[in-house]
Design a protein around this ligand. Structure first.
Ligand code: ADP
Length: 606
């Protein structure tokens, strides 16, 4: 199977940057008091639970032989109360930590989403959208378990370990030391697999991202797939990506699975060792009573001690098992955190200056003074562009593909900052005002008029949330969208899905015209916005378009010269330079590039 661009993995970081964990700690910080409360609760419960084996020891060694019913009843009731207390604490912990975990996950997801909304178009142009989605949804979800349980469990388990060790040492130092012999073996296993395990999880996250990207694009492009009968090839690519994902997951998870059994084997081995030694000692003690074995010498090793001690061994390895699990989820989470923070750190192309002021309501004079711009450093896409559009004027921008027409209008909306020169609106430099106040005074319509899932009414109202139904209908009527909307089964209440696949391209553009009219911007930008409208609809729309342009400064990029003939000024742009400027009649008289363009289309239309 040929490689496709979905096989392209993201670059893997070699060493783990501790700052990522510090940043994660920043998200945890607001909840630290609640978490501390839960940890205290869990510690109190485990400290109490820890006493139970001692109760058993006392019952076995004293209460039963001495037939002391009072103390048996006391220990039974105390055990019962402790069990009840730890049950209630556990329930409080699960509930509180689930809420905290989900809140943190929400906070991280919220930050990524807000940041994604600010990122320049080029970020989205450069990568499949599915790879972005997987970061916001799947990767963040994967942190949920670590945040809900991992952190609190780790704290409590670490403290538990200390408690248990204290109890074990108090019971019998030598048995405790035998038990601890297993730890270096576990440390050795961890060191052995750590690097490979981390890399395996990084690869797994890459493969997941590739698969997701392909699924997202296949769904978006299903019409093209079916019309070009590409189903089999696509299934092949999917199969390949899915298998790669499965393979990487299996490999990563195998490392995780190494930990649990390792802990089990080591714990079973040490427990068995203790049983062998202790039984030996007890038997020796019975047979030879107090002869010189080191264990029997001080007579501290009773059946009660053995029962209590083995109960502690179980408890000693349980938190180590959970800690090993935490270590696994930490390594998994780190590979996701790398991607999450990489997204949050992606530089925002354009943002408000620290001293940005809100743009006051404008009349709409747009002025370019010696504007130069390139997308990459050192690149010159536009060079020394100068023009002034007075309020209410319509400017048409024409020229060959790649000339820089869209770049000019993108600069007006400040999707990019100019490299030199300045753009002013009513004399105010647009780089000195807030983006929000600038863009709310502009209506921008592009070739691909996006339709959101919802009703037609909602889609038009997107331009002005406070518009009444009547205002929405009036806007639709002005741009000639009303008739086709009324022909739909529920009129304005008809549900359309994302991308508006039930609507024709022309209908989608008419809806976006209505949306722009309702927003009532002072400055209007139409970037190839009429390209999908058929000639019949265009005639119909011409009246609506005139309405739309009335009283607004407008910039129209269109290939159809019929749309721009009435413009107050036409700029003919080529290779980032304005070669000709003037109204239609003036440019026709010049018999230059515009004339040639017009005549070629005119011939074509004849
Ligand atoms: P037009 O609208 O006249 O067809 P554009 O303004 O879209 O032309 O593009 C002008 C030039 O800038 C082209 O050479 C194009 O390849 C380049 N360009 C456009 N967008 C980007 C971008 N996001 N990153 C880098 N180069 C770009």
């Amino acid at each position: 199977m040929a490689r496709n661009r979905y096989d392209m993995d993201e670059i893997l970081e070699d060493s783990f940057d501790v700052n990522q964990l510090k940043r994660l700690a920043g998200y945890i910080a607001p909840y630290k008091k609640k978490m501390a409360g839960v940890i205290l609760l869990m510690l109190s419960s485990s400290a109490l639970t820890m006493a139970i084996p001692i109760f058993f020891q006392n019952v076995m060694d004293h209460s039963i032989p001495e037939k002391d019913m009072k103390s048996i009843t006391f220990y039974s009731i105390a055990t019962l109360l402790i069990a009840l207390y730890s049950g209630i604490s556990l329930r409080i912990k699960i509930k509180t930590m689930s809420v905290i975990g989900q809140n943190i996950v929400h906070d991280i997801r919220y930050d990524i989403f807000c940041h994604l909304q600010e990122l320049p178009f080029s970020y989205y142009d450069d990568r499949p959208h599915g790879k972005i989605q997987v970061r916001v949804v799947n990767y963040v979800n994967s942190l949920s378990d670590l945040l809900s349980n991992g952190i609190v469990n780790t704290f409590t388990d670490l403290c538990n370990l200390i408690f248990i060790l204290m109890f074990m040492f108090a019971l019998d130092v030598r048995l405790t030391l035998i038990c601890l012999c297993g730890l270096p073996v576990l440390a050795f296993v961890i060191i052995l697999i750590k690097k490979k395990q981390r890399r395996a999880w990084q690869i797994q996250s890459n493969k997941q991202s590739n698969l997701n990207a392909y699924i997202a694009e296949s769904i978006n492009g299903i019409r093209v797939t079916q019309s070009f009968v590409r189903e089999n090839e696509n299934t092949g690519i999917f199969n390949n990506l899915s298998k790669n994902y499965r393979k990487s997951w299996m490999r990563a998870v195998m490392f995780n699975f190494t930990m649990g059994p390792s802990v089990d084997i080591i714990s079973t081995f040490t427990t068995a060792l203790i049983y062998v030694l202790v039984t030996n000692v007890l038997l020796t003690a019975v047979v030879y009573t107090l002869i010189s074995t080191p264990f029997a010498a001080d007579m501290t090793l009773t059946v009660g001690v053995l029962i209590a001690f083995t109960a502690y061994i179980g408890r000693f390895w349980a938190p180590i098992n959970t800690l090993a699990g935490f270590y696994n989820s930490l390594l998994t989470a780190i590979s996701y955190l790398e991607r999450i923070f990489e997204t949050i750190d992606e530089p925002v192309g354009v943002r408000d200056e620290p001293d940005a002021i809100p743009m006051p309501e404008v009349a709409g004079e747009v002025k370019f003074s010696h504007v130069s711009f390139g997308y990459e450093p050192g690149q010159k896409i536009l060079e020394d562009i100068n023009f002034t559009a007075k309020p209410g004027e319509t400017y048409a921008i024409v020229g060959p593909t790649g000339a820089g027409k869209s770049t000019i209008v993108n600069l007006i909306s400040r999707f990019y900052n100019v490299d030199s020169g300045k753009i002013t609106i009513d004399g105010i430099d647009i780089s000195k005002v807030t983006l929000h106040s600038l863009r709310t005074q502009m209506g921008i319509m592009m070739q691909d008029s996006f339709i959101f899932a919802g009703t037609i009414m909602d889609n038009i109202r997107y331009g002005n949330r406070s518009a009444t139904d009547e205002e929405v209908i009036r806007a639709a009527k002005t741009v000639c969208a009303h008739d086709f909307i009324m022909e739909m089964e529920n009129g304005y209440k008809t549900q359309v899905n994302e991308r508006g696949s039930r609507l024709s391209a022309g209908q989608r553009q008419l809806i976006s015209f209505a949306r722009a009219l309702l927003a009532d911007p002072k400055i209007l930008i139409l970037d190839e916005a009429t390209s999908s409208i058929d000639t019949e609809t265009e005639l119909l729309l011409q009246k609506g378009l005139n309405e739309l342009l009335k009283g607004r400064t407008s910039f129209i990029i269109a290939h159809r010269l019929s749309t721009i003939k009435n413009a107050d000024c036409i700029l003919y742009v080529d290779k980032g330079d304005i070669l000709e400027r003037g109204n239609h009649d003036e440019l026709m008289e010049q018999k230059g590039e515009y004339y040639k363009l017009y005549m070629s289309q005119y011939d074509f239309l004849k």
